[in-house]
Design a protein around this ligand. Sequence first.
Ligand SMILES: Cc1cc2nc3c(=O)[nH]c(=O)nc-3n(C[C@H](O)[C@H](O)[C@H](O)COP(=O)(O)OP(=O)(O)OC[C@H]3O[C@@H](n4cnc5c(N)ncnc54)[C@H](O)[C@@H]3O)c2cc1C
Length: 304
Amino acid sequence: MRGTRAAARTEVFSPHSLEAAVQLLAEVKEPVRILAGGTDLMVEVETGRSELPGLVLDISRIRDLRFVDEGDEGAIHIGPLVTFADVRRSALLREKAPALWQAAGLVGGEQIRNAATLGGNIMNASPAADGIPPLLAAETHVVLTSSEGSRRIPLFSFFKGYRTTVAKPEELLTEIVLQPLAEGAHAYFRKVAPRRAQAISKVVFAGRIHVARDGAAAVLKTARLGIGAVAPHALRLFETERLLGAQVLTPRLIEDAVRTLRSEIAPIDDVRSTADYRRAVAGNMLRAFLMAGLTRSESGKAGF
Ligand SMILES: Cc1cc2nc3c(=O)[nH]c(=O)nc-3n(C[C@H](O)[C@H](O)[C@H](O)COP(=O)(O)OP(=O)(O)OC[C@H]3O[C@@H](n4cnc5c(N)ncnc54)[C@H](O)[C@@H]3O)c2cc1C
């Protein structure tokens, strides 16, 4: 296998079935790395951030892991091998998961989007991954599968720390289950980076709000907010959501929410940005999203 930092001899196992893949993970005694699109893993190896072990499990040929379906219960089910290009091609995701659809169009360039999978974006667990905040705002669960069976975990509790997750080495991510955007609700996605394309996010934010009119008032029925690049891992903004829940949306409430968000995140200074800038930008994104909600509701539109 190519890669300057591969083990002396790296074997690649490329099964066509999930059963064969989880069987391998159950049986091998040596470390294994899972490979999907390779756009994170191979960069890690080439830059020396990690070494390829003697065994690589290439899951890219497991066709059953590449699907986008609407379940009978109304949830949207996505296979981990769905690429960002697949997300962009999906009319279902465009309509019912518009923030994810928008995020997918801003990941890398066309070649990266053709190879990079949504599953890899989640499992790589970068705090700045663009696919994760829209999934957090869509109340996503992930399904992990081993030879022993499957378990389903809310995405907000999946990340443990910087680039770490609760997944065990013998588990594969096999499904991503998200809630569709409710009728009359509005979704938002915004990525701030040094350039408009091919750049790692300084802050990445996604939200869903549902505003209803009650006489002259705009009542925020629900708010679901996800954010990245402002903490060791992407976050669901529960405190800010709680403050906003079932409240009349006013400029004062919006400013309270901006303050809460800024205290809920824990950005750092690094090569890409400063903590102060990230905190300011994150608050501005929430304000822009909520102000749009207020303005549109005042103009008499029921939804967005
Ligand atoms: C030039 C360039 C630009 C990029 N731009 C962006 C960008 O704008 N936004 C962004 O968010 N990312 C960006 N990325 C990062 C990368 O493309 C994404 O994170 C991508 O989604 C990773 O998916 P992959 O299939 O390539 O993962 P891989 O590299 O194959 O795997 C990533 C990690 O996930 C594990 N893994 C993958 N699938 C599974 C699974 N099903 N079960 C268990 N473990 C699994 C692998 O073992 C590995 O640790 C960029 C990368 C490059 C090289």
